[in-house]
Ligand binder design. Sequence first.
Ligand SMILES: [Zn+2]
Length: 263
Amino acid sequence: MTDFLKTYTFYFIFLCMVLWEWFAPLRLNLSVPYRRWFNHFVLFVANTFIRRGWKLLTGGAVISLGWQRGILSPFSTHQWVSVLLGVFAIDFVSYVLHRAFHKYRVLWRIHRIHHSDLELDVTTAFRNHPLEIIISISAGSAIALIVGIPVVALVTYGVLATSIQMFHHANIGLSPKADLLLGCLIVTPAMHCLHHSVNDSEYNSNYGIVFPWWDWITGTFLRGSWTKQKNLSFGLKQYQNSQLVGLPWIFTSPFIINQKRFQ
Ligand SMILES: [Zn+2]
């Protein structure tokens, strides 16, 4: 039942974003996207297999050891409270991990694949190196064990994060009022697109995955706007040629040591 809900939620949100982008795209100057979409499809398929396999390995440990022993165990009598706290905790860990992916050279070589996309649309959400998936699941599972996050919170966060990531990467625009209101609860496209800007000062901000609050609290928040969102240039300064950032580079980039750090 859980897999059924996860799968259909994924396809429903994906279809909504595709239709929104198709009928009311924010940026009209997209180059022919078929090569990008093919690359992202390959990554999506590869990462789906890797994610499932790695979750089977790490999830067993979380299920067998977690929940009763962690920091959240005093709240275990109120399951919805512990689920809510668990979702917040995992999102905070994801925020911290995302900052680490930008800060440390070895991690940046993996994460820069996500930032090398020269356009931004719903498929950018799938542009991640398999190593980033493995590291993220491993870190999430380790924290889940330490904190005692219930499995239902992990599953809920997985569905929430995938849905919000497709939403905030999409080439869509919200009205300023809607963006302001929704932006108090979740990361919006206007906020996240700055994180994909080619400018250092902008892409080293707005690290949030689901909730924007961690960026507010730690001072990494940069307010987006409809105008900025419409006119931004995306990608990495050093890789503005779409031919260079194809599948061979995507898969081998983390292992190419002798490259300049991009931040
Ligand atoms: Zn990033």
